[in-house]
Design a protein around this ligand. Structure first.
Ligand SMILES: Cc1ncc(COP(=O)(O)O)c(C=O)c1O
Length: 400
């Protein structure tokens, strides 16, 4: 049996996985064009070009690029008429702004559980949480796995809520051929440094609803309207524009996206196949309907009884073997101090899976899936090595 690196053995690998973000001559060339244009701001033609291209690629008619994904979510809520007194259902695990965006515009987030193997909002729990004040639902396409779009749409028709997709993880992702972000009333993406496409910071709201998109544009552009003057302001707007420099980077990043998704999917397949043979390691499900899972992350959970070690020991051991990995969010969103504040209203439904996930789940970051097939196989080899050391004494193999 090989000795683990955390026990003083040789790590599975010493070479680094590819670093992130990735850029090249194309980003430099386009950024240089903006630099020499005399218009570095949000009115450079690259911004409109990017908005149209990105929205079109995600099955939406309009795109409004904004400073970041967090503000994009607030904008989507405001532009779709959500406000004080309204409830908005969100998953109990996500990045904080999925929920704080709701509070910041004066509405009330309602936290519901996630699915054990989907890591996405549990749609049954979501339906049970619907109340008289429910006006919208924010599904998060976690890790690049689109939420079950047919079921979501069925529930939407039945209960008539607005869908605002948090697609911060899901650039280019699909469910039965339909692209993430383009299914709801509005969809919001992030271009923050770690995301699958990045300009350092940035975001975009996409929508095929003319009214929502026009309102979002106006709110993000000082309350102006296309038919009004520069100093005529119709909405209580502000400036949420991205710069031409960011749009230049994003145009180049968009060109890289299909190839990067292809590489991640191929490597994820290798990891999924290899780890399916290791007892106690459960990776995020990959339903057939998820025609493109972009694997921005590869999440999973550890069954400590089957694996012989808990999530924390697994994470430490895998890091020791040279594979970057992150424990999951440390607690469901509603356990953050901000939602303990009595002045900030929220409603919490039973979330047993979200509670468990905080202790037993993890994710592999996208960069470990951006290398070669051998790099991906190293993840499998490292996990197998760890399992051999920790496996429960009586387990002969994975039960059928
Ligand atoms: C699921 C999710 N929603 C929203 C955001 C917010 O995006 P940003 O960091 O661009 O504000 C992030 C990322 O940070 C995220 O992961």
């Amino acid at each position: 049996m090989k000795k683990l690196a955390i026990h003083g053995g040789k790590p599975q690998r010493e070479a680094q996985y590819p670093s992130w973000p990735i850029s090249g001559p194309r980003e430099e060339e386009l950024i240089r064009q903006v630099l020499s244009s005399g218009q570095w701001g949000g009115f450079h033609e690259f911004v409109t070009q990017f908005e149209q291209l990105f929205a079109g690629l995600h099955d939406a008619r309009h795109g409004v690029a904004v400073a970041n994904g967090s503000i994009g979510l607030e904008l989507a809520l405001l532009a779709s008429g959500i406000g004080p007194g309204d409830e908005v259902i969100v998953p109990a695990h996500s990045f904080i702004s999925t929920a704080t965006a709701v509070s910041r515009i004066g509405a009330t987030p309602v936290f519901v559980d996630i699915g054990r193997d989907s890591f996405n909002m549990d749609l049954q729990a979501m339906e049970q949480a619907i109340g008289d004040d429910t006006k919208a639902v924010i599904p998060v396409h976690f890790a690049g796995l689109v939420c079950d779009a047919e079921e979501l749409t069925r529930l939407q028709r039945l209960h008539r809520f607005r869908i605002i997709e948090d697609a911060a993880h899901a650039h280019g992702a699909e469910w039965n051929g339909a692209r993430a972000g383009g299914m709801g009333l509005a969809g919001v993406f992030s271009f923050q440094n770690s995301k699958a496409m990045t300009a350092g910071e940035g975001g975009i709201l996409i929508s095929s609803d003319d009214e929502t998109a026009a309102r979002a544009r106006s709110l993000a552009n000082g309350g102006r309207r296309p038919d009004g003057g520069w100093f005529e302001h119709f909405e209580l707007g502000t400036n949420l524009r991205i710069t031409g420099l960011q749009a230049a980077a994003l145009l180049a990043q968009l060109e890289r996206l299909p190839e990067q998704i292809r590489i991640r999917r191929e490597n994820a397949e290798i990891v999924r196949e290899g780890l399916s043979r290791v007892p106690g390691v459960h990776l995020q499900e990959l339903p057939e309907a998820a025609t493109v899972h972009t694997h921005y992350l590869l999440p999973g959970w550890i069954d400590a009884l089957e694996f012989g070690a808990d999530r924390d020991d697994f994470v430490k051991a895998l890091e020791g073997e040279g594979v970057p990995i992150r424990p999951f969010y440390p607690h469901p969103l509603y356990k953050n101090p901000v939602f303990k504040n009595k002045d900030i209203k929220s409603r919490v439904t039973a979330c047993p899976v979200a509670e468990a996930a905080a202790h037993d789940s993890f994710w592999l970051p996208q960069r470990v899936l951006m290398g070669t097939a051998e790099d991906a196989l190293d993840i499998v080899r490292a996990v197998e090595k760890i399992y051999e050391v920790f496996k429960p004494k009586k387990t002969a193999g994975k039960p059928n």
